[in-house]
Design a protein around this ligand. Structure first.
Ligand code: APR
Ligand code: PHB
Length: 393
């Protein structure tokens, strides 16, 4: 026995992918139910990256959730690459005519939750044992447990927006899916601190001690990172150790402007490149981290998720208006762009980090690549056009 519900699209996962999909479909009059194995407070508390491409801002505008983003977001027209203290500015505006917006993913998630709450979204939080079923039939279902009861959702489609550790991807039969993966031999230790950013623009630095990134959340709040060993825990990184490493890696010029303070958030993230193919099986469609992971260098994770969701929402809307073609080609279309963004994130990660197995030759190659980018408008433009975001396929 159990409870049965009906909807048009059952969305597994209430991260930015699932919430934005629910919002875009809701605006088009398509009904959804969203489930998550965590609750709203937990999801809103997760600290993630903070750079939005123009296309992501467009999607959030289209979704009607961009008011606060336009009030509080910081438009950035360029950023710096630094190599052993030498700096090169990538002039996003000058090279591409476009720019990015610095606004935390945590805030995007809060804005989306508020909009879905106001729209009366049906949510199930703290769900367990989620199983997408009957994917190749005309009556797909999602079964799960919540508050000690078994629930079944009858739906037309299932959107797998449940992130890297979700169940959706593995609901595709093993003989029909492939995974491509690279795990990097280091992590990122990130802190939040209430101190003005060391620079008006982001600085990505490669130093012989390792990578560092200076980012921000507001004119008074900074988000800083250093490359760390993959086995490190936050207990290995006192604030003192962090500030010393960070200042050294940024280089003297920037470090001279650095204002430190007690960190109020500190966490370590592993670095991984991952793609699952295909992103569709029968009635199940994957979007965001459920299908792919990029290393955070370049801040593409959220942007890539939003690009998937834009395409998927349009394809569902077309389906309910009688045109099934965009849904049928969804996986193949989005994967083309996914791989290009994977390539960029991998390239920037490879250029900017210290790899334990690198010798003098590879180190010189990194230096030569930096010098080439710094001396070539073509090479800088290639970085800039990827950073501001490639067009949808
Ligand atoms: N059942 C239901 N929900 C689940 C399950 C499950 N079995 N497994 C995971 N989830 C939920 C998680 O609790 C999370 O809230 O799915 C959600 C997935 O959210 P994200 O991991 O944020 O993924 P996504 O929405 O695709 O967002 C992509 O977020 O992870 C960053 O770098 C990434 O910025 C990118 C963006
Ligand atoms: C961040 O602000 O957290 C951030 C910015 C740029 C990145 C990654 C993270 O490439």
């Amino acid at each position: 026995m159990g409870l049965t519900h009906q909807t048009q699209v059952c969305i597994i996962g209430a991260g930015p992918s699932g919430l934005l999909l629910a919002q875009l479909l809701g605006l088009a009059g398509i009904e959804t139910i969203v489930l998550d194995r965590k609750d709203r407070a937990y999801i809103e508390g997760r600290v993630r990256a903070g750079v939005l491409e123009r296309g992501t801002v467009d999607a959030l505008e289209e979704a009607g959730v961009a008011d606060r983003l336009h009030r509080e977001g910081l438009p950035h027209t360029g950023f710096d690459l630094a190599f052993s203290g030498d700096r090169h500015r990538i002039d996003l505006q000058g090279l591409t005519g476009s720019s990015v917006m610095v606004y935390g993913q945590t805030e995007v998630t809060k804005d989306l939750f508020r909009a879905r709450h106001d729209a009366g979204q049906r949510f199930f939080f703290n769900v367990d044992q989620v199983v997408p079923k009957h994917l190749k039939t005309a009556q797909p279902q999602v079964q799960f447990q919540c508050d000690g009861q078994i629930h079944t959702i009858d739906c037309k489609f299932i959107a797998g927006c449940d992130g890297f550790h979700g169940v959706s991807r593995n609901a595709i039969p093993q003989n029909l899916r492939q995974a491509f993966e690279r795990v990097y031999p280091f992590g990122w230790l990130g802190i939040l601190v209430d101190a003005p950013p060391v620079s008006d623009e982001l600085i990505y630095a490669n130093h012989e001690d390792g990578f560092a990134l200076a980012s921000m959340r507001s004119p008074t709040r900074s988000r800083y990172y250093v490359q760390c060993d993959p086995g490190d825990t936050v207990a290995d990184w006192s604030d003192d150790r962090f500030w010393n490493a960070f200042a050294t890696r940024l280089g003297e010029q920037a470090a001279g402007q650095l204002q430190t303070g007690p960190s109020f958030e500190k966490s370590i993230a592993p670095l991984r490149s991952f793609v699952a193919e295909p992103m569709q099986y029968g009635a199940l469609f994957l979007a965001g981290d459920a299908a792919h992971i990029v290393p955070p260098t370049g801040a593409k994770g959220l942007n890539l998720a939003v690009a998937d969701v834009r395409q998927l929402s349009r394809a569902f809307i077309a389906h309910f208006k009688g045109n099934d073609d965009p849904l049928q080609t969804y996986s193949q279309r989005v994967l083309k762009r996914v791989w290009k963004v994977e390539r960029f994130s991998w390239q920037l990660s490879t250029l900017m980090h210290q790899f334990p197995d690198y010798g003098p030759f590879e180190r010189r190659m990194q230096r030569a690549e930096f010098d080439y980018i710094a001396s070539s408008e073509a090479a800088s433009t290639a970085i800039a056009e990827n950073y501001v975001g490639l067009p949808l396929e």
